[in-house]
Design a protein around this ligand. Structure first.
Ligand code: DLL
Length: 430
């Protein structure tokens, strides 16, 4: 049994003991080294000594994305500049960029977390891992690369793009694991089909996809088209990138590396902790991070949490599918909805390709929501009414499932923009 395996199967009491030992140290470390945390504690008369165990965690004030943005680039850093081994950054969909820095030990911890994620996903040292996340300041490629290397697998750092060549590389080197965003996996699937290749012509057995949502419908479609099993992984720059959680073969929640990242679920409005199983905002506290420790970080990602043992036998806490982000929530005519609800409806139609975009427009008095969908090519060429019947059906189902009328418009096959990284699907022009 590997060390990762041992940790992944510890008893709940062992986890609690480990977290109770690490949390007070992490809090004292942040207080002593990051003026932002010292100030936050001093402001409410809290001392690090007050945080003796997990039971005291709720007393610590939250850290928000705006705090990290305001501190860009090194404001929340806890070490001297010459101790920083690596920096990564995300452009952020809104506002200032976010950056994170790693000490040499953080880099080692990152490798441990990512190697464990790969192991949980079913990757072995015999696998050939093609890293088709883009190698930039973005954490995705470097994190996956590090984990695959640490696990002892073969690493092929193709980065994203040059899709035909990606497929040639897969065939030449017998790639068994594809690492990229689900959006890019879809582009690869399309290109493979254009090259006349079916799932049996491609040696992949696992797709490790993260950095953006993958609905169950999109996952199933990728699995059918590329002939592999999808394992989705989750992470964010603020916590050091990927390596936070991942799905195992059971595809029943994401196992969290909770010896490194302590999870809570809180009510997004009140901030009150929610009971296990309820959907709320995920909040993480880093337990051993040196470069950029964060306490009670409000991720804005919405999911539920369970500490029940998974059918795979692992005991690591699991969060469910990320249902959306608090800042992704759209409000139309007083109804709250998430793009993921629209995607869930669209992927239920075999006639549609999983490419879409949602456009909200209006002048304050009259608003409208248009959903642009793309038909499957084969269906489209045999369709006799220009898609009108299908549009009606999709509109009806969206109204039933999401709660109001959206106008569905059919775009030409292959006409909506494809992405090699994360896809932007919502355009709010109100
Ligand atoms: O996306 C880190 C990452 C790289 C994760 C590669 C997995 C694989 P950021 O660019 O900072 O970091 O974006 C983080 O992306 O708060 C979520 O909203 C979203 N996200 C990441 N993974 C998933 C996922 C990386 N599996 C933000 N499902 C997070 C849904 C995800 N959303």
């Amino acid at each position: 049994m590997t060390e990762s395996d041992r940790v992944s199967r510890m008893s709940r009491d062992e986890f609690i003991a480990l977290q109770n030992e690490r949390l007070p140290r992490a809090v004292a470390y942040a207080y002593e080294r990051v003026p932002f945390y010292r100030q936050a504690f001093d402001d409410i008369g809290l001392t690090p000594g007050d945080i003796r165990s997990l039971d005291d965690l709720h007393r610590i004030p939250f850290t928000y994305k705006s705090d990290i943005q305001a501190a860009f680039p090194y404001g929340l850093c806890a070490v001297e500049p010459n101790q920083i081994a690596r920096v990564h950054s995300s452009s952020g969909s809104t506002g200032n960029p976010i950056s994170t820095c790693y000490t040499a030990k953080d880099m080692d911890d990152w490798a441990v977390c990512m190697a464990r994620n790969l192991e949980v996903a079913g990757v072995t040292p015999d696998d050939v891992c093609q890293i088709a996340f883009r190698y930039t300041l973005f954490t995705g490629a470097f994190g996956h690369h590090l984990g695959a290397e640490r696990l002892g697998a073969t690493v092929i750092p193709t980065s994203s793009g040059l899709t035909e060549r990606q497929i040639q590389v897969m065939q030449a080197f017998n790639t068994t694991v594809l690492h990229c965003t689900p959006s890019y996996a879809l582009v690869i699937a399309e290109k493979a089909e254009e090259m006349g290749l079916g799932p049996d012509d491609i040696p992949l057995r696992i797709g490790l996809h993260g950095a953006e949502p993958t609905s169950a419908g999109l996952r199933d479609e990728l699995q059918a088209r590329l002939g592999y099993r999808v394992a989705r992984d989750y992470g964010l720059t603020e916590l050091g990138g990927p390596g936070v959680s991942v799905e195992c073969e059971a595809q029943d929640g994401y196992h969290i590396n909770e010896d490194y990242f302590y999870p809570e679920i809180v009510d997004p409005t009140s901030g009150e902790p929610l009971p296990e199983g309820e959907i709320g905002e995920i909040v993480f506290t880093t337990l051993v991070k040196e470069g950029n420790p964060v306490l009670r970080y409000r991720t804005r990602d919405l999911a539920g949490l369970t500490r029940e043992t998974c059918s795979c036998g692992r005991t690591l806490a699991r969060h469910g599918l990320i249902l959306g982000r608090t800042d992704d929530m759209l409000i139309y005519g007083g109804v709250n909805f998430f793009p993921s609800q629209v995607e869930a409806v669209l992927t239920g139609f075999a006639e549609l390709a999983p490419h879409y975009l949602i456009r909200l427009s209006g002048d304050g008095r009259r608003e409208s929501v248009h959903v642009h969908v793309e038909p499957q090519h084969d269906w489209w060429v045999s369709c006799s009414d220009g898609g009108a019947g299908l549009c009606e059906l999709v509109q009806g189902r969206l109204r039933d499932q999401v709660g109001f009328r959206m106008k569905v418009e059919i775009a030409e096959p292959f006409s909506l923009e494809r992405s090699e990284g994360k896809t932007k699907r919502v355009f709010d022009e109100r």
